[in-house]
Structure formats: structure tokens, C-alpha cells
Design a protein around this ligand. Sequence first.
Ligand SMILES: NC(=O)c1ccc[n+]([C@@H]2O[C@H](COP(=O)([O-])OP(=O)(O)OC[C@H]3O[C@@H](n4cnc5c(N)ncnc54)[C@H](OP(=O)(O)O)[C@@H]3O)[C@@H](O)[C@H]2O)c1
Length: 232
Amino acid sequence: MPSEPNAPQTILILGGTSEAAELARDLVARHPDARVITSLAGRTRDPAPLAGEVRSGGFGGVEGLANFIRAERVTRMVDATHPFARQISANAIEAAKIAGVQLDIRTRTAWAKQPGDNWIEVETLNQARDVIPPRARVLLALGSQHIGLFASREDVHFIVRMIDPPEHPLELPDHALILGRPGDTPAVETLLLIAHSITHIVCRNSGGKAAYAKIEAARELGVPVIMVGRGD
Ligand SMILES: NC(=O)c1ccc[n+]([C@@H]2O[C@H](COP(=O)([O-])OP(=O)(O)OC[C@H]3O[C@@H](n4cnc5c(N)ncnc54)[C@H](OP(=O)(O)O)[C@@H]3O)[C@@H](O)[C@H]2O)c1
């Protein structure tokens, strides 16, 4: 339902990204009268603090999201989720129609290949796994749900970086686990690539600033990046 012209706004940010956190900070600072709610999927155990209100966990599909919008009298929804989080973005489009709220889509644009980049571009994670050369030492810069796909590459040493310790031992036969967030400068990522003698990086073309430092470090060192595209 459209809001009263001067009624306080309730803005729902579909988040889980650094851009969503920045947006929440900005909206809270610029619109002190507005209610700003960031929604997280609830996958990260100890998410960084966010400005405004935070809710966590799935809504229960399109209908659940539409119900939430109505119940909380959301006046505007912003999709600032990760570009590979396709389900929630599709749900947001449908739920916005059903509940009759404005939807702003703020999905990051993909990274463009720069001079000096050595990218092996593939369309799927399966293809990424299959193009890794034998005996490579690979920084696997992927979410934990995708790691198991690489278990069949017994001939490859994987370096996996995760924010939270895994709940179960990783299925990869030969790997090292690094706990922590990605380095925010190319210099930090360069040190990591050198320290682990990394020969290849596998990642998805997420776009955005937060994960780009490793791409710049790879360019600097001439390390090939097996880049999974978005398929669009
Ligand atoms: N995919 C990635 O590589 C990636 C990387 C970094 C951060 N993230 C963040 O992690 C979250 C989950 O990503 P995903 O790829 O698993 O998403 P997805 O496949 O698009 O979503 C799967 C289900 O998770 C719930 N969900 C996802 N994002 C949500 C949110 N912000 N608030 C409430 N529920 C949410 C929804 O459940 P219901 O249908 O029950 O509502 C959705 O149907 C997203 O918020 C995304 O921004 C994802």
C-alpha cells in the first residue's frame, strides 16, 4: 500500500554484502526519521554490526517476503544482495509486485578484465574444477557450500579461506584452511599468494570492492585466475 506523503519511511535492505552495510549506514545517517531494516540470510554466525535494525533468516519464499513487507509496513525495498544470490533477488521482484512496494535493485556490476589480468574464463564451477592443471596450488575463493565440488581433484593442493570455521571437516583431500576475512588491500593478498606458493585462484565474478584485492594481487604476480562468470 502506498505510504502517506510525509509518513516515516520503512526501508527494507536485502543485505549480506559490504555494499548493503554501507547503504544502511548512509540511510540511517541521512534519514533519521526512517526505519531502516537490514535482512540477512543468517549464514554468518557472527555478522559485523550494522546501522539500523537487523533481522535474520529466510522469509519463507515469495509469500513470506510479501507478508513481511505488509506486516512491517515497508515502504521501499532495496536488493543489495550478492550477485550470485539469485533466489532472493528473484523473490524480491515477485514480492514487491505482490505487496505493491518500490524495489531498487543495487546489484554490483561484474569486474571487467584489465590489461595484465590472466583470466581463464569459464561458465560454471564444474568447468572451473576441470580446467585446474594437475599439481596446482589453488586459492579457492568460494563460499563453503561450493567447496565439496572440488573434492575429486586429489592431485591439487587447495587453500581455503573462510570467515567461520567449518562445521564439518572439509571434503578436500589436500588442503590448508585459513580463517578470516579477505584482505582489503592488494599488498595483503599478495603476501598470502606468495606465502602459500599459490599458482591459481578460483573465484566467481562477484564484482564490488571487497573481494577485488586478490584479483589485483594476482595481476601483480602474474597468477592466473579461473573466473566463473555470471552466465548473463
Ligand atoms: N552467493 C554468494 O556467493 C554470496 C556471497 C556473499 C554474500 N552472500 C549473501 O548471503 C546471502 C545468501 O546467499 P545465497 O546465495 O544463499 O542466496 P539465495 O540462493 O539467493 O537465497 C536462498 C534463500 O536464502 C534466503 N535468503 C537469501 N538472502 C537473504 C537475505 N538477505 N535475507 C533473508 N533471507 C535471505 C531466502 O530464503 P527464503 O526463500 O526462505 O526467504 C532465499 O530464498 C545473501 O543475503 C547474499 O547477499 C552471498
